[in-house]
Design a protein around this ligand. Structure first.
Ligand code: ADE
Length: 231
């Protein structure tokens, strides 16, 4: 492991991560800032992409292809679908899907385009490390399916569609696109999220109320994972 990409979508998602690093070198590239630092012996590059699949694809691809990162860890918040997930709880993705990718008009399933797959997998080893870290620290984490789309979901009907169609446990706006980039470029990735809302009619209000604390939960857990990777 040479260089770890640490990604969020929003400034609030990487702010609690940046606190752990000193001697940061800021590189401006492609309308974004990339923060280069060291965590012990590990080289890291930290960035927030901006919200959505397009920006997160650009950032993940840049971190791998320009900055040479060979592992990618994503930290942020998500809307909960699985009723076991309460605000603040953690989920690590084993599979992700694009819930708004729709060429069903041509007989294909939701989330599928020719040459792709409905689900993209994440790295098993990184996921197992996350589960081990949770166990060692007595932290509850759910392993499950995350659905991604360019849409803030705050509606029971859309939420029910995503749950039923993709068997999803949580939803957000970047994970699947990042995982697709990592899968194509053969870079192991981990998608970690803490719940900020439950994608219902209160989601907008709850997101604003819990973005900061949930982003911090996810970031603090991610730092524990990085400490373990260092060993
Ligand atoms: N990220 C956090 N909450 C979300 C929601 N309700 N919809 C989409 N992305 C989210």
């Amino acid at each position: 492991m040479n260089k770890i990409a640490i990604m969020g979508a929003m400034e609030e998602e990487i702010a609690p991560l940046l606190e752990y690093f000193s001697d940061i070198n800021v590189v401006q590239y492609a309308n974004n800032k990339y923060y280069e630092a060291k965590f012990g012996e590990l080289n890291v590059v930290i960035a927030y992409s901006k919200i959505g699949k397009v920006f997160s694809t650009l950032t993940a691809s840049t971190m791998i292809q320009k900055f040479g990162c060979d592992t990618l860890l994503f930290s942020g918040v998500a809307g909960g679908i699985n009723p076991k997930l309460k605000i603040g709880d953690l989920i690590v993705a084993n599979q992700l899907s694009q819930h708004d990718l729709d060429i069903t008009a041509f007989g294909h399933p939701h989330g599928y385009v020719p040459g792709g797959n409905v689900y993209v997998n994440t790295d098993k080893k990184l996921k197992e490390i996350a589960l081990d870290v949770a166990k060692e620290n007595n932290i509850t984490i759910i392993e499950g399916i995350i659905a991604t789309g360019d849409q803030f979901v705050c509606d029971e009907t859309r939420k029910a569609f995503i749950e039923k169609t993709f068997n999803a446990d949580a939803l957000e706006m970047e994970g699947a696109s990042v995982a697709v980039v990592c899968d194509a470029l053969q870079v192991p990735c981990l998608i970690l999220r803490a719940i900020s809302d439950t994608a219902d009619m209160d989601a907008g209000f709850n997101f604003d109320a819990f973005l900061e604390t949930s982003a911090k939960n996810s970031a603090e857990f991610l730092i524990k994972i990085i400490k373990k990777l260092q060993k």
